[in-house]
Design a protein around this ligand. Sequence first.
Ligand SMILES: [Zn+2]
Length: 235
Amino acid sequence: MRRFAERLTPKSWNIILHEKDALETAGVLNILLSIQGQDRRVYADIYGNKCYECKGTSGENYFENRYGDIFYKNQVKPVLGMVRGRMIFKELKSSGGDKTGKVAKIIVQLWPDLVGWRVTLIHELAHVAVYRWRAFVTKDYKNQGPFKKYAGEYLRTNIIRKQLPMEHNHGPNFQKALVSLAKRTVREFGKEIPENDVFWDNLKFELEWFAFAKYGLKYQANKHETPARRKSFRR
Ligand SMILES: [Zn+2]
C-alpha cells in the first residue's frame, strides 16, 4: 500500500505507515496511512458527515451526526477512507534556533478490508493534494501553530457517491487532483495491473462520477459545510 502511494505522489511526499518514520526535513509532507480495523468502523450520512452511534432511552440504537440529525442504521454507510483532522505544519529549528523551514503532516485513515483499497487511496490522496495546494496558495502554512483553517473531511462510502456532488470538498480542485493522480496511475501501473482488473473499472467509475459532478449543483453547497461549522469535529 505504501509502495503504491509512493509511486503516485511527488518525491517530497513521504508516505508512512508508522509515526516514527516521519521525516523532519524542510519541505516534506509526511502522509501517515492509518489502517483501521472493522472494530473501529466509522459511519457517515449521505453528505459524508460523520455519524455517532447512540443509544436511545428505550435502548434503541441510532446514529447522530454533529448537527443533531438522527439516522437509522440503514441510513448511514461505512466510511472507506478519510483525511483525518487537518494538515499540520511544523517549524523546523536548527540547533542554533534559526528557522530552517517547515515540515507538514497529514493523516489518511483507511478501512481497506471492505473493498479494493487502491481507488479509495487515490481518492484520499487527491484530497491531500488539494490541502497541500491550498496551503501554498493561501500561505496559511506561514501561520504559527497548527493549521486550523481547513478541517478534515469524513467521507467516502460506496453507496453515498450519488450525493457527493453536494459536497464542496469534491469541487473542481479536487477533480483536477483526481484526474492527475489517475493519469499518473495509468503511467505507473498501466502495464502492471492487468487490463481486466476490476481496479480499472473502479477508477473509471470514480473519474466519471466526479467529472459528472462538475456540472451544476453549485447551489447545493451544503449548509453543513461552512467553515465555521467545520470546527466542531470531535476527533
Ligand atoms: Zn472525498
